[in-house]
Design a binder for this molecule. Structure first.
Ligand code: HEC
Length: 115
């Protein structure tokens, strides 16, 4: 059989090249992936594996300043799928969330490649 279910791909098999485009469209207004370069939001250089709220010269909301997690791929999935409405009500990131799982995987693969 040639058929394959729509969800046959392994989870988190993102394409970093496609993710760079998602980043440009969705995130670049407020973020760069350059080290030490904050815009409206903090630099996302090395974000995968970085402690939340840890850029010293960026002024975070209390929600992120007091956050006690490290940004793993799973945590980024959780945050980026609907940040404003999350269990994290104090966040000041005004982003409505990315609900396309494919784009999210690509984006996270791209972020993973920046460190
Ligand atoms: C309209 C501006 C805006 C957009 C668009 C935006 N962000 Fe943000 N982002 C922010 C702000 C502001 C913060 C700081 C939030 C806070 O302090 O509560 C933030 C925080 C973050 C953090 C936490 C960083 C840390 O150091 O803990 C991550 C991760 C993040 N954004 C990823 C993204 C990604 C990926 C996208 C694209 C899908 C995106 N953001 C789109 C403004 C934005």
């Amino acid at each position: 059989m040639l058929c394959c279910g729509a969800h046959a791909l392994p989870a988190r098999a993102g394409d970093a090249g496609a993710g760079a485009d998602v980043f440009k469209q969705e995130c670049a207004e407020c973020h760069t992936t350059r080290q030490g370069h904050n815009k409206k939001g903090p630099s996302l250089f090395g974000i995968v594996g970085r402690h939340a709220g840890s850029i010293a010269d960026y002024s975070y909301s209390d929600a992120l300043k007091n956050a006690d997690w490290v940004w793993t791929e799973d945590k980024l999935h959780w945050y980026l799928s609907q940040p404003a409405k999350q269990a994290n009500p104090g966040t000041k990131m005004k982003y409505p969330g990315l609900d396309d799982a494919r784009q999210l995987d690509d984006l996270i693969a791209y972020l993973q490649s920046n460190h």
